[in-house]
Write a protein that binds this ligand. Structure first.
Ligand SMILES: [Zn+2]
Length: 390
């Protein structure tokens, strides 16, 4: 049962009514980039905007001062969550467009909240800090913030509209090599170079790439390259990100990377210390829900790819959420296809453009309609749940 034209119009009107406030929110967050877990201004501005609309928020949830939750509607019925991210990147600010992501989520929530009394059920806004390497959503999963939800949704800015795009399972590993220092000119024969082992790790990993499955990414940088030019380096270190399309391949590749580091250490007669940091899970896009979002997007004249393999994928803690509750994470263009991708300076400029803010409003409309439709339509909820359990 598709959304009634009257409800769709009410949601469109609500987003239109809030559009000035949403654009201001997006621009303010863009002008004040805050790193993971430090999103004090961004989370406050969102909560203040909600408060000015008479909507209370619960702040500091899941042990994170910049996480929050707002709920509208009655208990006992279906519940749908819309997720807002608002963290920025070091050096390049809002080059992932999370300022727009936040504005779109707040707009969708305000619109859905304006009709939820008529429709029944609950609409939830979750403020999720630290997507960029902090895994705020994982802490919120552990704290039970996603329990009892029928679906979770968000949108992400991109260079094209895609309803469902992969996100890679990921982990980070740090290698610290401990060698034996000596004078690099006077007594090179007495030293064991930690730096050589560190560099050999990169070379050995490169040699293994022919054995990786499609979609695997292993990328690293040297965090400590030694102490001085005339000392055989006693200490050297590097960090690798390891990603794959699923957990099984991730673990297989991770074992290969470990083998390379250990082999490099053995070759140089040094020791290696290994520290593993858990990353994010791969994403399970709920296609039933994604296609409904796509239909609502079409009403705005936007024809999205259902999916495309012509552009690469990153990783997101929404992947973890998608294993706990049926989820969508569609991408919407804020620039021309191929013009710029996330984490580039140009993308940060696009995140403050008129096209960017208009995309955030399109996302708000489409998410609000998808969420309300889901609250209204039990058959749709069942189809979503059925796909998710399969
Ligand atoms: Zn992002």
């Amino acid at each position: 049962m598709p959304l009634s034209p009257a409800l769709a119009a009410a949601l469109d009107d609500a987003v239109l009514r809030e559009s000035d406030a949403l654009v201001k929110l997006a621009m303010d967050i863009h002008a004040n980039p805050e790193l993971r877990f430090e999103e004090v201004k961004a989370s406050s501005w969102i909560c203040e905007l909600l408060a000015s609309r008479g909507i209370p928020t619960e702040r500091g949830i899941a042990g994170m001062p910049t996480a929050f939750r707002a709920v509208r509607g009655g208990e006992g019925g279906p519940r749908v969550a819309i997720l807002a991210e608002y963290d920025a990147l070091p050096q390049i600010g809002h080059a992932c467009g999370h300022n727009l992501l936040a504005a779109g989520a707040v707009g969708a929530f305000l619109a859905a909240a304006s009709v939820v009394g008529r429709v029944g059920g609950q609409i939830v806004l979750l403020g999720t800090p630290a997507e960029e390497g902090g895994g705020g959503k994982i802490k919120m999963i552990d704290a039970g913030c996603f329990q009892g939800l029928d679906a979770a949704m968000m949108f992400h800015p991109f260079d094209r509209d895609i309803l469902a795009h992969p996100a890679l399972a990921s982990m980070w590993v740090t290698f610290t090599f401990h060698g034996k220092p000596s004078h690099a000119a006077a007594a090179p024969q007495d030293g064991c170079s930690a730096l050589t082992a560190c560099m050999d790790t990169f070379r050995l990993v490169d040699g293994q790439r022919v054995h990786f499955r499609d979609g695997v990414r292993v990328h690293g940088f040297i965090t400590n390259g030694g102490q001085a030019v005339n000392i055989v380096s006693e200490l050297a270190g590097c960090e690798f990100g390891v990603r794959a399309r699923d957990q099984e391949e991730l673990e297989r590749v991770y074992a290969i990377v470990l083998r390379c580091a250990r082999g490099a250490a053995m070759a140089s007669g040094v020791t290696v210390e290994i520290a593993l940091r858990r990353g994010y899970r791969d994403i399970r896009n709920n296609m039933t829900l994604a296609r409904r979002f796509g239909e609502h997007l079409k009403a705005r004249g936007r024809g999205a790819y259902e999916t495309t393999d012509r552009v690469g994928a990153g990783s997101t803690d929404m992947g973890d959420v998608s294993h706990v509750v049926p989820s969508i994470h569609p991408y919407l263009a804020i620039c021309d296809e191929g013009e710029s991708l996330c984490h580039e300076h140009r993308f940060a400029e696009c995140a403050a453009s008129a096209r960017g803010t208009s995309t955030a409003l399109d996302a708000a409309r489409a998410m609000a309609k998808t969420a309300v439709e889901l609250l209204e339509d039990e058959a749709l909820r069942q189809a979503v749940r059925h796909e998710w359990s399969a």
